[in-house]
Unconditional design. Structure first.
Length: 537
């Protein structure tokens, strides 16, 4: 194997050459090769033989990126809007209070559980086909859900929609890597990565606006939300089928299915579902009940079995190749990502409940109060796109951004009423600098992960990142639900809300310290390691 192949750590998605897999480990320790790359004495190959880039016009590239970003926002809207819709859906479908958390988690649990599986599918099959088929399934399922008459069919089809939605993220990650040149990837991932957080911000606003629709049996706001999603998605899918270039693979179609690792996928599914169910039931029925203890204790066992099983599998069959964890900074970044989207999830849910239930404000008024976070995130996105060098030193940008997020939570926790003078003193300004800072950190995490891995495993890497983000949010919301009952009065007692904010603050600070301690600056640009982007140093 020549020096250049060793340097870029070729990791072929088709697995035809075992030596190319081993070269990943070699390249990580080849300081001479990295030094040569850094000095410009060696050229970098930005594509593998199986993944040739298709020459596209700039207009077409960025138009496709808008579609990929829309798919991310659709995934996030599918649970963020339900912070507003949970109570109306419970009333409409006769859902008990103890079951209301499943209005949100029925989607997010299925979504996070299947991300790694579809990451594997994307690395073996056409990313275009996976993306388009998943997107059309989400559109059709949203239309069906809008007419459902009972809670059981609602929960089941919401979960199926979550499975379909989970196909979009790894496929989009892979397509971005295939379509854009290395010099464009930092900006592309900055825009794509931000769409998830923007979806969290705008989802509640859209739900608040739809709340003005007069209620009737089949015309309640939440039903029109699903129909709006269908109207938005299906025409976009038609555009996607036509304009996304095909993704080619050499591996024989009849042999690919043997590399999908269904056992690993089921172990991951069981571990994530058990963890989420345990925390959800703990908040609903008590932390000492079997409903909490059984699934919660089963979850770490399944996680251990998953990693043990994956480590023993040949690399060409593992759903999460063990070599992935040897890539510098990949593991610590994935762990740190647990607190990223949780920053928005925890404060959104508490704010909306305080505004609508405690202070009797309308849903749209509650959404308007959250606009500063959406605007701040959007402005941060524009700044990152114009000045991508902000992310040039990820440890610094992630540290400073997260520090602003922590400071915002300190301010949030000092508010008693969260409205009136308290809103302007303790909420408004922290929403702005906290959301902007967290957005910088969030985007930095996205860019760091995707520029740390070879392009041939971009699908799995993107999926693992999203699993971390989704599991982090689910765990944070479940713990928050329990903390809201520490003192009498639940959400009506500000001490409970403060406790949930301090918990999120503490976890974020702990993960930030771990990131700063264990992050290791690279000796060469990220492109030298992954052939993805030269921006991150």
């Amino acid at each position: 194997m020549n020096q250049k192949d060793m340097a870029i750590g070729r990791f072929d998605g088709t697995y035809d050459n075992p030596e190319s897999i081993l070269s990943l480990d070699k390249c990580l320790g080849d300081s001479q090769a990295l030094s040569a790359l850094e000095k410009g004495e060696m050229e970098i190959s930005t594509t593998s033989p199986e993944t040739e880039k298709v020459a596209l016009s700039q207009r077409r590239k960025w138009s496709l990126l808008m579609i990929f970003s829309l798919s991310m926002m659709v995934d996030v809207w599918s649970y963020s809007a339900f912070y507003i819709f949970t109570d109306p859906i419970c009333k409409d479908l006769n859902i008990l209070f103890e079951q209301q958390s499943w209005v949100i988690t029925s989607y997010s649990v299925a979504f996070s559980s299947f991300l790694l599986f579809f990451g594997r599918v994307v690395d073996l099959y056409s990313a275009k086909d996976v993306f388009c088929h998943g997107f059309v399934a989400v559109g059709v399922l949203n239309l069906i859900i809008s007419f459902l008459p009972d809670k059981f069919s609602f929960f089941v089809l919401r979960a199926v929609a979550g499975v379909a939605g989970s196909a979009l993220v790894p496929a989009a990650f892979r397509l971005v890597v295939e379509i854009f040149e290395p010099s464009e990837l930092s900006k592309a991932f900055s825009i794509y990565g931000i769409s998830g957080a923007l979806g969290a911000s705008t989802g509640v606003i859209i739900a608040g606006l739809l709340s003005y629709i007069p209620e009737a049996t089949q015309s309640t706001p939440w039903r029109w939300f699903h129909r709006l999603m269908t109207i938005l998605i299906l025409p976009t899918v038609g555009f996607s089928y036509w304009f996304i270039p095909p993704s080619e693979r050499k591996k024989d179609d009849n042999a690919r299915w043997r590399l999908l690792d269904p056992i690993g996928a089921l172990l991951m599914l069981g571990a994530v579902v058990a963890l989420t169910i345990g925390l959800t039931f703990g908040a609903s029925y008590g932390w000492k009940t079997p409903s909490f203890l059984v699934p919660f204790l089963l979850s770490p066992i399944l996680f251990i079995l998953f990693f043990f099983y994956e480590a023993r599998l040949p690399v060409e069959r593992a759903i999460l190749p063990s070599q992935t964890w040897k890539i510098p900074n990949f593991t610590i970044t994935i762990v740190f990502a647990l607190c990223m989207t949780a920053w928005w999830a925890v404060n959104y849910l508490a704010f909306i409940q305080v505004f609508t239930l405690v202070n009797k404000e309308t849903a749209i008024m509650a959404a308007v109060r959250l606009v500063p976070e959406a605007v701040a995130a959007f402005v941060a996105t524009i700044c990152l796109a114009i000045f991508p060098s902000i992310l040039g030193k990820p440890r610094l940008s992630i540290f400073l951004g997260t520090l602003l997020g922590i400071a915002a939570y300190i301010m949030f926790a000092h508010s008693r009423t969260m409205v009136g003078e308290d809103y302007w003193r303790y909420i408004f300004s922290p929403m702005i600098f906290g959301s902007a800072g967290t957005m910088v950190a969030y985007t930095g995490v996205n860019v760091l992960v995707m520029t740390s891995v070879p392009s041939e495993i971009a699908g799995v890497a993107g999926s693992m990142l999203q699993v971390s983000l989704q599991v982090g949010s689910a765990v944070a919301l479940s713990v928050q639900a329990g903390l809201l009952t520490v003192h009498p009065g639940s959400i009506y007692n500000s001490a409970n809300v403060q406790a949930s904010y301090y918990f999120q603050l503490g976890v974020t600070a702990l993960l930030l310290v771990a990131f700063i301690v264990f992050y290791k600056p690279s000796k060469a640009p990220a492109s030298a390691r992954s052939a993805v982007s030269p921006v991150v140093h």
